[in-house]
Ligand binder design. Structure first.
Ligand code: SD4
Length: 344
């Protein structure tokens, strides 16, 4: 065979190979399991949130509507940790972050939002009613009010008030974690934040879901780290960090110390690793390992967890520290799982 013919032959085969691998990367390995809705969300509060989402998913509704309705349950809950009753910043004000993303790559986000009960719904309005992705601070609040969201009085819950008063005694601004305990004593610049019933007060809920049509969406809403610096944003309102959805591949949400999630574009990283063929758990673990590599010994002091769902309806999670729980609801099961972790 002449050299020219050899060259043509090999370049035809290599272009074919490239084409095939592009096609595979575009999602070919993932078979859409239509008709099998599923929702997963972070921490124990995810059980109630999933039940809220299921009212929509279980009735052939859209994943986007489900993930908004689901986390609104948590934002509504006075005893929790995510909405207006949550831990304040170090100046005593509750500031909220949230984001939402649908199967078409549409996304919306709000950050540093005060006195609005449902930041997730404001994030959805940003997505649907503005040409932007993100609104923050007084601008986000102004938009929310213009959209008809009531401006609430700030009133700390009894638990948040107690925790804040306790924190003020030392005003210590550094990650606190008790790794000997299955219940980490917080995972950020917070003092331990236990509810009066003794349960750990988590300040974020992230949720990802697939609907009966096989479409994915996700939501994430938080008061952020308790006793954070005023003006601080974490990963939760940042598309690609606290949440990412790619309808060809899968979806991921993150919880824990936002600074370290942002550092590796955490949720986007997990989705891209799933695109390359990893299972959700493998992808979450690989993302955690990146943080461990960057942080070295300091990783012992922080908690970060990822929770992911792929297009086949497979789920998985991985955390730095033990004790990360996530809730799953599908037609077959309703369960609270504990994720594997780097430190045992
Ligand atoms: C943040 N990632 O603001 C959030 C905190 C969190 O459970 O997830 N807490 O950094």
């Amino acid at each position: 065979m002449s050299n020219r013919r050899k060259f043509l032959r090999s370049s035809i085969f290599s272009s074919f190979g490239l084409l095939m691998s592009r096609k595979l990367q575009a999602g070919a390995p993932y078979v859409t399991m239509t008709g099998s809705p599923i929702v997963i969300s972070t921490w124990d509060a995810g059980v109630a949130a999933n039940a809220g989402a299921w009212k929509i998913l279980g009735n052939n509704g859209r994943a986007l509507d489900a993930v908004e309705a689901g986390v609104r349950v948590t934002e509504d809950s006075i005893n929790c940790c995510v909405g207006l009753g949550a831990n304040p910043d170090r100046d005593g004000f509750v500031t909220l972050d949230a984001c939402i993303m649908d199967e078409k790559g549409n996304c919306g986000s709000v950050g540093f939002l005060e006195r609005i009960k449902h930041p997730i719904s404001v994030a959805r309005r940003v997505m649907e009613k503005t040409p932007h992705v993100m609104l923050v601070g007084s601008g986000a609040q102004q938009f929310a009010v213009a959209e008809g969201f009531p401006l609430e009085e700030q009133k700390l819950s009894d638990d948040a008030k107690k925790a804040y008063e306790q924190w003020l005694k030392k005003s210590e601004y550094k990650p606190v974690i008790n790794i000997e305990n299955t219940k980490p004593k917080g995972h950020g610049p917070s003092a331990p934040a236990y509810l009066s019933n003794g349960e750990l007060n988590h300040d974020t809920i992230g949720m990802v879901a697939m609907d009966a049509a096989g479409d994915l969406s996700g939501s994430c809403t938080t008061s952020g780290m308790g006793f954070k610096m005023r003006g601080r944003l974490g990963d939760s309102p940042i598309i690609g960090a606290g949440l990412f959805v790619d309808n060809e591949v899968g979806a991921c949400t993150a919880t824990g110390q936002g600074e370290d999630v942002i550092r590796i574009c955490g949720s986007h990283t997990v989705v891209e690793l799933m695109r390359q063929g990893m299972t959700p758990e493998q992808a979450c673990k690989a993302a955690v390992e990146r943080i461990i590599r960057i942080k070295g010994e300091k990783a012992k002091e922080i908690q970060v967890a990822f929770l992911a769902l792929n297009k086949k309806g497979e789920t998985g999670a991985f955390a730095i520290q033990k004790g990360f729980s996530y809730a799953l609801k599908s037609n077959r099961e309703e369960k609270l799982y504990t994720a594997k972790s780097w430190y045992l």
